[in-house]
Design a protein around this ligand. Sequence first.
Ligand SMILES: [Zn+2]
Length: 281
Amino acid sequence: MNLIAKYSLITGVLVGAFTNFIACGSQLYKASLADDNGPEEPTQSEANSADPTSTEFGLHAPSGWVNLPVIYKSDRTLSDVQLKALQLAMKTWETAVGKPLFEYKGVHGSITGDSFPDLFSSLSDKINGQYMDTNWSKTGKSKQVLATTIWSNPNNAYQLIDNADIRYNSDLYLITDAIRNSPTDEREVVDMQSLATHELGHLLGLSHIKDSYDSSSIMNPSLIIGEGLATRSISVGDVKRVQKIYGCYGTACDAELTARTIMQSGEHYGLSDKAKAEAAH
Ligand SMILES: [Zn+2]
């Protein structure tokens, strides 16, 4: 998949949770996520995942992980804020299916995203890693890519995943809690929980969903970025699609209720006081 490395300046009414928010003077951006994911080896799953009539619609790995929970480690440079946001994003997907999906095994020694010579080499240690990259050009991805999820399929079976990493572009972006934190340098602020929720969707086996099909899906191939902006929730469709892979347990099986519960369980959408003040002008 090719990255479309561009921003679209949003000057009017934003979609979804932002329908009441008019941007007057403030610059809000949507960053493309079109090229933020991919398997280690090319697969044939793309056609089915893009076909709404297919049972594999929206899924790049319809059978999901070989083993659950997904055991993961974090790069030692992840801040407490980033790690908390990552784990809240994981909690969202666990709530969506009603069972644990992830298990944290601590810091990955001295290994960081910068330890790897290129993008896919981080898969070779078989550790499911969450990595910050401060030298993004090594990944071969465009500067505008916010993060990328990579995975391997056992025996080239695209239906299954046995290893995955997420590499975050902390070279060009300040990836943090965008509701609470302001820029510290020239980097644009990106909300870690919003970005991680999207990337974890890929890690679990979900592919992109066009805005025109489900405009509130976290798997839309774009993300609103900027100080004070977050889209941390998932749609009813996202709940149903992840349940197609992992099933559902208990009250999670009520997809509408589950999506509502997730949205109400935390600060999933938000504008900082500063952004609200700008919007009021
Ligand atoms: Zn994506």
